[in-house]
Design a protein around this ligand. Structure first.
Ligand code: CAA
Length: 257
């Protein structure tokens, strides 16, 4: 991997991962996905890191999609392999036991939007633009965008975005639930870090279990998901964080997780 294309900064309990190829609007290459997978291995096992923020370098793009120069070299088998790599790594982001926040600082297109949708939370700069423009290239989203977009914003809006390839602005993305909130581009990283900070002092095990309950439960029917939640609720009672959290409340002091 070209190290400089993916940056990692650890700021206390927060890790900031930056896609750093602004000249190509942070287009996502094989190296970027492999590099991200390596970083996830490191950050998941680092007990000091509680929250991950993903963002793009420069002020134009989070990521303007899969690298079209690379796509140009692919046959069907190569395309399948690229999609499988990207899907595996985006699944890793989605299943990361620590919360992940996409701080979207500009174009968030194609594979870039698919990666952002793998994060738990998306915050957008007011200058950000979102889209799945693959149909303009004669291809379809291949990094699970057809699935995650439909689950996030509903089938109708997902089809409108994917069939037209048109971009929407940050305000519209917020209105349809693609992003949680919109802030000024100057405030974007501050807001992302403030939000990360509000998670980093809470129980890491409780956050992981909540994430599993939401993500896995959403794929089940309601009754089964509720039973699953009850099991994870029970599991949370076996943790040191539960002992500390409840004791701290009764002793009228802040919990130390
Ligand atoms: N891949 C590779 N290079 C890209 C890129 C991409 N996805 N997006 C932009 N770039 C490159 C451009 O080729 C250009 O490089 P050069 O300076 O060497 O010519 C540079 O980034 C700057 O881009 P523009 O000059 O085009 O910038 P602009 O401001 O005029 O336009 C844009 C910005 C509207 C985002 C335009 O760059 C664009 O349409 N990009 C492609 C977006 C796209 O189609 N993304 C989907 C890719 S397919 C995909 O993601 C596959 C998948 O789901 C599986």
């Amino acid at each position: 991997m070209t190290e400089a294309k993916l940056l990692l900064a650890k700021e206390g309990p927060i890790a900031v991962i930056t896609f750093n190829n602004p000249k190509a609007l942070n287009a996502l290459t094989v190296d970027a996905f492999e590099g991200l997978e390596t970083l996830l291995d490191e950050l998941e096992s680092d007990p000091d890191i509680r929250v991950l923020i993903l963002t793009g370098a420069g002020d134009k793009a989070f990521a303007a999609g899969g690298d079209i120069a690379h796509l140009a070299s692919l046959d069907a088998d190569g395309a399948r392999k690229f999609a499988q790599l990207a899907q595996r790594v985006i699944d890793r982001v989605e299943n990361c036991p620590k919360p992940t926040i996409a701080a979207i600082n500009g174009y968030c297109l194609g594979g870039g939007n698919e990666l952002a949708m793998g994060c738990d939370i998306r915050i957008a700069a007011d200058t950000a633009k979102f889209g799945q423009p693959e149909v303009k290239l004669g291809i379809i989203p291949g990094f699970a965008g057809t699935q995650r977009l439909a689950r996030l914003v509903g089938k109708g809006l997902a089809k409108e975005m994917i069939f037209t390839g048109e971009m929407i602005n940050a305000e519209e993305a917020c209105r349809i639930g693609l992003v949680n909130r919109v802030v000024t581009k100057e405030q974007l990283m501050t807001e992302a870090k403030v939000l990360a900070g509000k998670m980093s002092d809470k129980s890491a095990s409780a956050i992981t279990l909540s994430k599993e309950a939401i993500d896995n439960g959403m794929e089940m029917d309601f009754a089964r998901a509720s039973r699953y939640e009850a099991e994870l609720f029970a599991l949370s009672f076996t943790t040191a964080d539960c002992q500390e959290g409840i004791r701290a409340f009764l002793e009228k002091r802040p919990a130390k997780f």
